[in-house]
Design a protein around this ligand. Structure first.
Ligand code: 5GP
Length: 140
């Protein structure tokens, strides 16, 4: 059984419309259909994967480069220097479209933009073990 292409793959393939602001060999960016604020843009790899860590290295590298370029363009076009970059992985982490994407969400002077509630915890007591586990898991 093959999975149906994501809505973003349909946009990449020209089968669904979008307001495109940027495209290169690996990446596309377009306006979010339900913007949190004016200038809310999605930056999307053409490689269809659900989670960020599943991308190929080439796709991830191109995505990082495009993200910086599109952020610069959004800042220039909106005149809004403040913004959040959001990237959700998995439904419990608020991912609705199961195709990797970064949000660029301008934070305007009128307060429109992303609202964040950040419940900071305590520093881990087993930081050394945690660090070792993560360091050992970094892909070569
Ligand atoms: P997520 O919660 O997965 O990080 O966010 C998905 C985003 O995709 C939402 O902000 C939603 O408005 C946007 N979105 C969903 N479908 C479409 C679509 O067909 N076109 C565009 N341009 N954006 C979409």
């Amino acid at each position: 059984m093959t999975n149906a292409p994501s809505i973003f793959t349909r946009i990449i393939n020209g089968e669904s419309p979008c307001h495109k602001v940027y495209e290169d060999a690996h990446t596309i960016a377009f306006l979010d259909i339900g913007p949190v604020s004016r200038g809310h843009v999605l930056v999307v790899p053409k490689e269809e994967r659900v989670r960020l860590h599943e991308l190929s290295e080439a796709s991830a590298a191109a995505l990082g480069s495009a993200l910086q370029k599109v952020a610069a363009a959004v800042v220039k076009a909106t005149g809004c220097a403040d913004y959040n970059v959001l990237q959700n992985n998995g439904a419990p982490a608020h991912q609705a479209v199961m195709h990797v994407h970064f949000h660029i969400i301008p934070k305007h002077a009128d307060g429109s933009g992303l609202g964040i509630r950040w419940d900071a915890g305590k520093a881990p007591t087993d930081a050394a073990a945690l660090v070792e586990a993560i360091r050992k898991s970094v892909p070569c």
